[in-house]
Each structure stands twice: as C-alpha cells, then as structure tokens.
Design a protein around this ligand. Structure first.
Ligand SMILES: C[S@@+](CC[C@H](N)C(=O)[O-])C[C@H]1O[C@@H](n2cnc3c(N)ncnc32)[C@H](O)[C@@H]1O
Length: 227
C-alpha cells in the first residue's frame, strides 16, 4: 500500500496496483455510503469513488486548482444524503466547516443519520437554495460555494448565494448536469450557457471539466468571485 498527497487533505492510495482517491476519515470507524476504509500508519482513510462523487471525478479529470482545502468554510448546496459532502467535511477538517443545504426531507434525514451525527464540522440546513435569505442568519461568509442541485436555474441559484455568502476572491464549484437543464441540446452548449451566466454576474470562470467516463453529460465548473 502506497500513500501520497494529491492536494492538501486529498490523497492517492495505491492498493494492489490500483490507484484510488481518498480522504482522511474525520469519523474513524464510520462509512457513509459503503465506501472502503483503509488504515495507513495509524490513520484511517476513506476511498473516494469518482463514479459516485462528482468532485472526485473532476479531480481525476484534471480540475485545478482545487479550491477546497483544510481550514476552509464551504457552503454546500444540494447535499442529498451526504455522500460527497462527507468527503468535503474530511478535507476541510476540524479547523474548517461545511454548511449543507438540502430541500428534500428524506435525503436530509439520511444526511443527519450518516454524516452530521458523527461530524462536528457539518451544519445541516433543511432549506431551499433558491431562497438563501431563509438561512442567512445561519451561514457566515464562506471561502467556497459548492453547488450540485441539478436544477435548470442552478447558475442563478449560485449567483444569489454567492452575493450573500461568498467572500470577495472566493470560489465556486458548480456541477452541471446537462440533462437537468435541457435534454434536447448538446451538453457543451448547455455548459457554455451555464458558465456564461456566471461570467455576466462577475465571476471569472477558470475551468470547465467534463466528467466522462465517470458521469455522462456532466461537467464541473470552477469560478472565482470578484464581487
Ligand atoms: C444531484 S443531487 C446531489 C448529490 C450530492 N451533491 C452528492 O454528490 O452526494 C441534487 C440534490 O439537490 C437537491 N435540491 C434540488 N433543488 C434544491 C434546492 N432548490 N435547494 C436545495 N436543495 C435542492 C435535491 O433534493 C437533491 O438531493
């Protein structure tokens, strides 16, 4: 077994000639979605499956720089049951914090049971990311807004949240599912349109990486907020 660091808080683990991404488990002994836990040098890591985690897929497809790092504050829109959000919690670690917004009660219940109860650096918010005023008293200025709500107006949702919560020079990571925006148009056209909305709202778009072969018709956009 060989361990190396890809980015602060993000590791590469070589097991039996296969490379895996991994994060240091902030809740040792607990898996969130059945992922393997591996002990190396007295520390427990969780394998980060790119077929189930779009951020891991984006890193393997070359996303750079990686704006989420230890100590950072992240507003996470669309946690679902917390699969990927739990890895973000691992990465920011005990000095950082994640505020996770989810509109649907059922996945929020799983998020509470599988993630929040074991992690002091995650605050759950049952709310609508289209109405960020509803949670403005709970969320401070953050370093990164991560968005994965899979809605056609996601870019507008990101802009609204960034205006309220993102510090100047802060980062946005936005997962784009082209079929959620428009099934009839080529994915590239949809990505272009979505990042275009960010650009006209004062974001500098640094990268758009397609997530094939891990996720079909998905991309991850990385943008910086100058607001
Ligand atoms: C693609 S899933 C998120 C997957 C998750 N980020 C992961 O990688 O583990 C999208 C989630 O966004 C939630 N969602 C959709 N619209 C929303 C809104 N307006 N506000 C908050 N959450 C929303 C959905 O209920 C769903 O759970």
């Amino acid at each position: 077994m060989e361990l190396s660091q890809l980015y602060p808080g993000i590791y590469r683990l070589r097991i039996d000639d296969r490379e895996h991404l991994a994060t240091l488990n902030l809740a040792p002994g607990v898996s969130v979605y059945g992922e393997r836990r591996i002990e190396v040098g007295g520390w427990e890591y969780r394998l980060w499956n790119p077929h189930r985690n779009k951020l891991a897929a984006a890193l393997l497809r070359g996303l750079s720089p990686m704006p989420i790092a230890p100590g950072m504050r992240v507003l996470y829109l669309g946690t679902a049951s917390g699969t990927n959000c739990s890895h973000v919690s691992d990465i920011v670690g005990v000095e950082g914090h994640v505020w996770g917004v989810e509109i649907a009660p059922r996945p929020m219940r799983d998020f509470l049971e599988r993630v929040v109860r074991y992690r002091a650096n995650v605050s759950p918010i049952l709310g609508d990311a289209r109405k960020p005023e509803g949670y403005s008293a709970l969320v401070p200025l953050v370093d990164v807004v991560y968005a994965d709500v899979a809605q056609p107006d996601q870019a507008a949702i990101v802009v609204r949240n960034a205006q309220l919560f993102l510090k100047s020079g802060g980062w946005v990571l936005m997962a784009i599912k082209s079929r959620s925006v428009d099934v009839t148009r080529p994915p590239e056209e949809v990505y272009e349109e979505q990042v275009g909305e960010l650009k006209t709202s004062g974001f500098e778009v640094l990268e758009v990486v397609e997530l094939e072969p891990y996720e079909r018709d998905h991309a991850m956009a990385l943008a910086r907020y100058q607001g």
